[in-house]
Design a protein around this ligand. Sequence first.
Ligand SMILES: [Zn+2]
Length: 419
Amino acid sequence: MTRDLPNLNVSPELLGQLMDELSTFGATAGGGLHRLTASADDGKARNWLSNKFKEYGFRSYTDSVGNMFGVLECSGPDAPILFSGSHLDSQPFGGRYDGAFGVVAALISVRTLSQWFETENIRPQYNLGVVNWTNEEGARFAPSLLGSKVFAGSLDEHEALSIQDSDGIELRTALKDIGFAGADKPPKNIAGYIEVHIEQGPALEQAGKKIGVVEGNWGTAKYQITFEGKATHTGPTPMSARIDALLPVASLILFMRKLSDETDGELLTSVGRLDIEPNSTNVVAGRVKLYAELRDIDSERLKKARDRLEEQVKALTTDGIQSTLKCVVDRPVGQFDPKLTDVIEKAAESCGYSSMRLHSVAGHDAVAISGVVPSAMIFVPSTDGLSHNENEFTADEDLLAGANVLAQALGLLATDSLS
Ligand SMILES: [Zn+2]
């Protein structure tokens, strides 16, 4: 049955209140958030979400890797479920919007919709759900997108639970310690997933648009590259006898930048972390592990750059230096579900917000599950494109726009008001 859908505006007061409440768990003095996966603060944020599930009448499920699902039965126990959500974990000293806003937007949208179904006496064709994916950021436990990857079957559950943080604590122990090592299976019958997220880049702000209709994602390749030399005294060891593992690393960092410069900056490259052993001021570096990544929307160009990086690592493996190269993330350029992206665009239009289509440069849970569940994303502007930083900021009116578009999109789908 097709019906005209009114604009399902969420309450700005409730949205502000939910964001403020959630931002207290792991709040930093600098106005950001330090809420690493399965930390005590993550536990508090999860308890907060569990309580909201209870308060709003959701049935809740926690799976073995701590993914939290809340389902509101608006259409009977066997109806397919439309999910929305994101993640509650943050980067170290990160921002208060990344992930958290997507969970809050999902909560408030589902709440608003269900109240509207009730007052209008509507039985929608879907049940509605909210999800918090475990360890999206990958900051405490690598890799990122862990919970959504396990859900999608691209990461083994037991392997994921055995991953250790830098103190040797396994994810399974950390989850148990905060009371979120669940025994439930994730809900079946998931019909679709829409994630709202801050853009984390400058495109929307520069174009003066409120809503990003995310059509797909860039390709990403991440490597861990290790160079092995010989740790010796930086004093008495003659220069000719040194096998310095940092030298090829320095050269490779410049090479990565050159790969990007050759494309006028279209290919994005970076080395964000070095693990140096023994990392002492008076010891020649014996072993260095370098974390390199490349991102591009052009699959061909990305492939060529990857080949050249791999060749360069070989070329730098000389003069007693040993090397290993391991690709740890190989995410191809991807497309979201075209029907869902169309619905989001339509929802933005009927709410009266300007929108533009774009692609996500960063990885997201929606990308990780898009192979098994029809998925799409809504972006809202990030001031100065800044993210993974305590000063990350999105204006209240932009948060409201994102939540309203999500409510509208879910409403259009749930009531089949798409014609
Ligand atoms: Zn995020």
